[in-house]
Write a protein that binds this ligand. Structure first.
Ligand SMILES: [Cu+2]
Length: 280
């Protein structure tokens, strides 16, 4: 889908979502980059006041007829491994054709169960459809891996487990905060009060020594944001703004989420993590 059409579709979904929320106080959800037919469906549902929150993604290894198959599920800590995987369809065939989303055909997120060790990788695809990416797990523990992609205009997030053997020291989730440090820069969540079931706007600013930092384009936007729910690491899809560090997200339930904001300056990608409290 072209960028203008996609933005139009998203704008339609947002308008419908806000309208539904305003009219009925109903629980709404939106999805970024949704194809036009789905957006139209959501608009129609919103108009009928029958808008239900979209089911959370990233909890299953197999969903909607597609299955994530990891070639390995263990790795030694600190030793880089080539992690190969494929997506199989209902008939067991390897899926080869993927849509471009945020400038890539496959986004691969790795994070330990305690939400430390976040990595956002872009695997390479071989001619037979399999994907592979070098991964190094810094610390021992149980990791979640998310394959985030789109096929035939439908977005999917499938997840599996990857274990790095050894003694693990779990870290508690940091308390909610408005600022985070990233490679000597200060990142501030300037706007982001979030309520469950409503569309939230999350806006960030980046400074170094108190002066604003201009961020470079990254993955077709100003930045990339992944939000994971505490407890089950449900994966929220978040829609980026093209020109500012602003995102639209729909948190399905109250509770704490970990936000991983990524942005680029001087050719390098930086990650800032925040704990976000979502109210009822
Ligand atoms: Cu990506």
């Amino acid at each position: 889908m072209s960028v203008p059409l996609r933005l139009l579709a998203f704008a339609g979904v947002l308008a419908a979502a806000f309208a539904a929320a305003a009219l009925a106080g109903s629980r709404v959800d939106v999805h970024p980059g949704r194809p036009a037919p789905a957006a139209a469906r959501m608009t129609a549902m919103a108009e009928k006041g029958a808008m239900a929150p979209q089911p959370v993604r990233g909890l299953a290894v197999s969903a909607d007829g597609l299955t994530l198959e990891l070639a390995r599920t263990t790795a030694a800590p600190r030793r880089p491994v080539d992690l190969a995987f494929r997506i199989r369809d209902r008939d067991g065939r390897t899926v080869r054709d993927f849509d471009v989303e945020h400038t890539r055909r496959m986004h691969f997120i790795v994070v330990r169960r305690d939400m430390t060790g976040f990595q956002h990788l872009h695997p390479a695809q071989a001619a037979d459809g399999t994907w592979s990416v070098p991964v190094a797990l810094r610390d021992a523990g149980s990791y979640r891996v998310f394959a985030d992609f789109s096929v035939d205009g439908e977005p999917h997030t499938l997840a599996g487990d990857l274990t790095a053997d050894g003694a693990m020291r779990a870290r508690p989730l940091p308390p909610p905060a408005r600022t985070a440090d990233a490679d000597g820069m200060r990142v501030t969540l300037t706007e982001g009060a979030s309520r469950a079931g409503a569309v939230s706007q999350l806006r960030f600013s980046v400074t170094r020594d108190g002066r604003p930092v201009a961020v470079d384009p990254y993955l077709g936007a100003r930045g990339h944001l992944v939000a994971l729910r505490e407890g089950d690491l449900a994966f929220l899809h978040v829609h980026p703004d093209e020109d500012t560090l602003r995102f639209m997200a729909a948190f399905p339930t109250a509770g704490r989420y970990r936000l991983f904001l990524q942005f680029k300056t001087e050719g390098r990608v930086h990650t800032a993590a925040f704990t976000q409290e979502v109210t009822r």
